[in-house]
Design a binder for this molecule. Structure first.
Ligand code: UDP
Length: 238
């Protein structure tokens, strides 16, 4: 199936895709590989902004389950996303791509604070804006941050690069009969509680008519294929 092509897109990267084959942290070779694909997308004419997760370093919910105070743990998770954003920025800039990191938690000596109008201006100038620190609020996820920033930036679509090749009707890891959807509606995702993004992120995309394209970014070359309208993925839409 050929998907419609989009001009301005938000790319959401789960933190875990930056681990490469490791079980934790940032694998520089993997970051370089993904940055190379992002750079190719930029050169192909896409206007890009990004949200990077932090699950490869710290997840608030998991830490809270082991006794951490949830709010502090979530702030630690948000700080983890800043480290990932700087890693992606560094890799892109070594490839000659101009970028800006904007953090929802202001830390002026490290990066810019999130200012929507400034972010729009950066994109108009051809820079890739990487949004860090999620929404800046505990009890949220970077999926919701991605949906929020996609809406704020007027993106045509949200591409979610993750470790699975789309949305399934059951967990493909435990159910051999699980079938991947080529496309699925927002309503079905929410009603059937399908694992795409958390419900607040899906609802925000539904409200703003922003399609979500879920694909496996661990597979080399897949970002280019999926952005080009082919490649294996699931489109979540109205
Ligand atoms: N987080 C948060 N508010 C946000 C975004 C993220 O508190 O708006 C925290 C939360 O603890 C989360 C962690 O940051 O577990 C890392 O983000 P996420 O789990 O979304 O990363 P991903 O799964 O995409 O790697």
């Amino acid at each position: 199936m050929t998907r419609p092509s989009f001009k301005r897109i938000l790319l959401k990267l789960s933190g875990e895709v930056l681990m490469g084959e490791g079980a934790f942290g940032i694998d520089p070779a993997t970051v370089d590989r993904i940055a190379g694909e992002v750079a190719a997308a930029k050169q192909a004419g896409f206007e890009l902004c990004m949200v990077v997760g932090g699950g490869n370093i710290f997840r608030g919910l998991a830490a809270a389950a082991k006794g951490f105070d949830r709010t502090s743990a979530d702030y630690m998770g948000m700080l983890a996303t800043v480290m990932n954003a700087l890693a992606v920025q560094n890799a892109l800039e070594r490839m000659g791509i101009e970028t800006r990191v904007q953090s929802a938690i202001p830390m002026e000596t490290v990066c810019e604070p999130y200012i929507r109008r400034r972010a729009v201006r950066h994109m108009e100038k051809g820079r890739i804006v990487i949004f860090a620190a999620g929404t800046g609020n505990p009890f949220f996820t970077t999926d919701t941050a991605a949906a929020l920033r996609a809406a704020e930036m007027g993106c045509d679509a949200l591409f979610k690069g993750t470790s699975v090749d789309g949305v399934y009707d059951a967990d493909p890891k435990t159910n051999a009969q699980a079938k991947r959807y080529e496309s699925v509606t927002f309503d079905r995702v929410l009603n059937d509680n399908l694992k795409v993004m958390d419900a607040s992120a899906v609802a925000l995309c539904r409200e703003n008519a922003i399609p979500i394209i879920v694909f496996n970014i661990r597979e080399t070359g897949n970002l280019t294929r999926v952005l080009g309208g082919d490649g294996i993925a699931t489109t979540v839409g109205p």
